[in-house]
Design a protein around this ligand. Structure first.
Ligand SMILES: *Cc1c(COP(=O)(O)O)cnc(C)c1O
Length: 432
């Protein structure tokens, strides 16, 4: 099986994408290249690598052969043109923004975001001179209303925090195209197994590998995939059209041959922020993510099936005041989600326990199969009370704005036996 067969099925790419047996050692599994640096064949070879005239390994902060297998596999799974792996989903998001926007620019983002991303957009980027204008994931027109002549990109999450709203991605993409702006989609909660954002008009897809793609709660990592579709030659994208002093005066959108200009975003991401700010992924962690990806298509259906059963169980429970799961027919996001999600609605369920904040905390303390922790997307079932933990740095006002109520409990449903998951929920609700 040759690597990266464009027409191979999703499951085949999950297992083989980006990798063939190692030509030197004939190792079947992807080797972990635990090395910081790679020897140049000659002075000319070294010069060509640095000038992007030839691709090859230089130094593991810039790229590593184990990471490259991961990058090519995710490119195949997302249906993109190039990917770059980094040390966390968070750094993938930050480096994406600063690859495209600089002081004086604005971005437009859905307000319902992962807590860390919200803080980055709301507090850190403004300190660096990049302002965020907020939109509502449920209302595509709100993205258009927030666009100004300083806007450099539109941003949303496929299943948004905290109440799992699903944005009409194609409608937002239409607005992005009309205004010649790239659409950046954080697809962590869906993974390419459930939703391939590029097929619906995303130009850049970000995944936190830490969650379902890795799938076992064993490592932190992130990856960005360039669809290769966005035209960066508009002069408003100065980082792509002006001589870049970060890379000996190269104009990324204008000076490269077409096949490289097409992936100008991925190249600038790797060569400017990753190279000079340094949040590189270790090859050991890249290898763990490769193991996880091999079973993504086997795990996701079980996550979805268990989450739907848990959502239905909670919906009918007398101690539960409300439940949100995009796969419940009664859910406000069902109409949009079911238009896009044909294989399942993800592994997250959120709900409110009657009795508010205190009952919510008591519920979480009474769980035994579920672990009380801050991660999601593990094979193991997890639970969290965001208002007092992951989102506690937000004001009550901001929490409310983002749809986060004080009684909200967030469940990441694992792939255990559903009877045991439901029994644990039932037992803890009894004590709440
Ligand atoms: C976890 C997560 C992130 C951040 O990823 P890390 O790998 O933890 O840095 C970003 N977006 C979403 C939707 C996430 O769930």
């Amino acid at each position: 099986m040759a690597d990266n067969q464009k027409d191979a099925g999703f499951a085949t790419n999950a297992v083989h994408g980006g990798q063939s047996p190692d030509p030197t050692t004939l190792s079947r599994a992807a080797p972990i290249y635990r090395t910081s640096s790679f020897v140049f064949k000659s002075a000319e070879h070294a010069a060509n690598l640095f000038a992007l005239k030839e691709f090859g390994n230089i130094y593991s902060r810039l790229g590593n052969p184990t990471n490259e297998v991961l990058e090519n596999r995710v490119t195949a799974l997302e249906g993109g043109a190039a990917s770059v792996a980094v040390s966390s989903g968070t750094s993938a998001i930050f480096y994406t923004i600063i690859t495209i926007a600089k002081a004086g620019d604005e971005i437009v983002s859905a307000a319902g975001l992962y807590g860390g991303t919200y803080t980055m957009f709301d507090a850190i980027l403004p300190d660096m001179g990049i302002e965020t204008r907020w939109a509502d994931a449920r209302d595509p027109a709100s993205f258009e209303q927030a666009i100004t002549d300083k806007t450099k990109l539109l941003y949303l999450e496929t299943i948004g925090n905290p109440v799992l709203d699903f944005a009409d991605v194609a409608a937002v993409s239409k607005i992005a195209k009309k205004h010649k702006l790239p659409l950046v989609v954080d697809g962590t909660f869906t993974t390419p197994y459930l939703f391939r954002a590029i097929e619906h008009g995303a130009d850049i897809v970000i995944n936190s590998l830490t969650k379902w793609m890795g799938g076992h709660g064993t490592a932190i990592g992130g990856i960005v995939t360039d669809a290769g579709t966005f035209d960066w030659t508009d002069p408003k994208f100065v980082q792509f059209t002006r001589p870049d002093k970060n890379y000996h005066g190269l104009r990324w959108a204008l000076d490269l041959p077409p096949e490289l200009a097409k992936i100008a975003f991925a190249l600038r991401f790797r060569t400017v922020p990753l190279r000079n700010l340094g949040a590189c992924l270790s090859p050991d962690n890249a290898w763990l993510f490769l193991q996880g990806l091999e079973t993504l298509h086997v795990r996701m259906p079980r996550h979805c099936e268990n989450a739907l059963a848990a959502a239905r169980f909670l919906k009918d429970h007398p101690k539960v005041s409300w439940v949100r799961y995009p796969g419940l027919e009664s859910d406000p996001s069902y109409a949009t989600a079911s238009k896009y999600l044909k294989k399942g609605f993800g592994g997250m369920v959120v709900f409110g326990v009657k009795g508010g904040r205190e009952a919510g905390q008591k519920f979480i303390e009474s769980l035994s199969l579920f672990s009380h922790l801050a991660n999601v997307g593990d094979a193991k079932s997890l639970a969290l009370h965001p208002a007092s933990t992951s989102h506690s740095q937000l004001s009550d006002e901001q929490q409310k704005e983002g749809g986060l109520s004080p009684d909200l409990v967030r469940l990441s449903i694992g792939i255990e036996s559903i009877e045991d998951i439901l029994a644990d929920l039932e037992g803890a609700l009894g004590k709440a």
